[in-house]
Design a protein around this ligand. Structure first.
Ligand code: RFL
Ligand code: PHB
Length: 389
């Protein structure tokens, strides 16, 4: 098989890149090791910046989002039994959209199918080859038979455990990493959310987040230890712990019900530099991971592929390699700011097992400052709604 850009990974990064390239008349094939059902079964992000929303609309995959997404003009921060509202709209003129990553993926897959573009699911042993030369390729196995896609470029959109980053030669890259000493236990239930807008809570017992997918479906998270097991958390235990960590007025209005998804995610920050090696370009979680506290991971995938599609577009329109050369610096320039913001929000809101009383006071003081200073609130709001690209 031959294509212009072989995309490894059919998550939001790979799917959105595929649509952007198609719009620019650039041929592409996506290959993913997982099945379509498996990909659509993943429950992850829920907050979209307007940059991502604009791109979905631009590629013709924004129809359902426009009809179903909830527009949020603010978020709540809770601490010491109180809460205050961060007015995103007043500070930035922008809002965020509540629309699940599962839905984004669904809509992008539908758009891809409508456009008749090729996706190979359930591919085994996917490997990128010869990307340091002029003729790269991607191979994979189906039913024990090896297949090859010859291409001009490879886009590694294969997430944090993907094969593309691992294929880069040792010594060609630098890794920056922070592993946090806790995880998030998440729960989905078809119950109305506790509040119209998200609530991020810092509590002595640990962080809690009240999010949602719709007016009838809630998504809640509580900070947990990394060695805890989902099986050890009954729904009742989860609801009790969540209520303990929320301010009393919020705790009282939590509607409980049976969960239909529960999972634990570890938290870490990770960046690899550069995100380009020869004709292989990394985008999304393949190049950087952020803890979910700032709701940035999915949105970073969108800005990466925006820059990457622009670079491929320039190359195919007039042969210029300028955009390709600038890609790594541009994408990482924006990603690092989201890495910083996510790290800052994580530090601000979680209970660190070894935190001294001094550090707890610093968190409380920073939250108090945010609630009292327009300028501090504006800086947080600017980052939360997403820096421009
Ligand atoms: P994905 O979505 O992981 O997709 C990668 C795809 O690559 C495939 N793949 C391979 N294919 C072939 N060969 C291999 N060797 C392969 N290895 C992997 C996989 O099957 C998969 O289909 O990466 P992508 O596209 O870069 O997208 C990134 C986002 O998924 C991620 O950043 C977000 O989910 C992060 N995130 C959040 N981001 C937000 O912007 N807002 C949020 O509110 C938010 N909340 C979250 C989150 C992530 C979470 N978890 C579970 C880590 C909440 C949680 C709990
Ligand atoms: C979610 O709804 O899954 C969600 C919302 C906000 C975050 C992280 C996850 O910061």
């Amino acid at each position: 098989m031959r294509t212009q850009v072989a995309i490894v990974g059919s998550g939001p990064a790979g799917l959105l890149l595929g649509q952007l390239l198609h719009k620019a008349g650039i041929d592409n094939v996506i290959v993913d090791r997982a099945s379509k059902a498996h990909i659509l079964g993943r429950v992850r992000a829920g907050v979209l910046e307007d940059g991502m929303a604009r791109q979905l609309t631009a590629v013709g995959a924004g129809g359902r989002m426009a009809a179903e997404a909830l527009v949020h003009d603010g978020v709540w921060l809770a601490f010491m039994g109180r809460r205050f509202r961060l007015d995103l709209k007043a500070h930035t003129g922008k809002s965020v959209l509540i629309y699940g990553q599962t839905e984004v993926t669904h809509d992008l897959m539908d758009a891809r199918e409508r456009a008749g573009l090729m996706t190979i699911y359930s591919a085994e042993n996917v490997r990128p080859h010869d990307f340091d030369g002029e003729s790269p390729s991607v191979t994979y196995d189906t039913d024990g038979i090896e297949k090859r896609i010859d291409c001009a470029f490879i886009a590694g959109c294969d997430g944090q455990h993907g094969v593309c980053r691992k294929s880069l030669p040792e010594g060609a890259t630098t890794v920056f990493e922070r592993v946090y000493p806790f995880g998030w236990l998440g729960l989905l239930a078809d119950v109305p959310p506790v509040s119209e807008e998200l609530v991020y809570a810092n509590h002595d017992r640990g962080f809690a987040l009240c999010s949602m997918r719709s007016r009838a479906r809630s998504r809640y998270y509580i900070q947990c230890r990394t060695d805890e097991r989902v099986e050890d958390w009954s729904d009742d235990a989860f609801w009790d712990e969540l209520r303990r960590r929320l301010p009393p007025d919020a705790a009282e209005s939590v509607t409980t019900g049976p969960s239909f998804e529960k999972s634990i995610a570890p938290l870490r920050s990770f960046v690899i530099e550069p995100v380009r090696f020869g004709r292989l370009f990394l985008a999304g979680d393949a190049g950087h991971i952020v803890p979910p506290t700032g709701a940035k991971g999915l949105n970073l995938a969108a800005s990466d592929v925006h820059y990457l599609a622009e670079a491929f577009g320039e190359y195919y329109a007039d042969g210029s390699e300028e955009g390709l050369r600038a890609y790594s610096e541009k994408a990482l320039g924006r990603a690092w700011k989201a890495v910083r913001f996510s790290w800052w929000m994580t530090n601000l809101l979680h209970r660190f097992p070894d935190a001294a009383p001094f550090e707890r006071r610093m968190q409380e003081t920073e939250l108090a400052y945010l609630s009292q200073s327009e300028r501090a609130a504006a800086a947080m709001a600017e980052n939360y709604v997403g820096l421009p690209y």
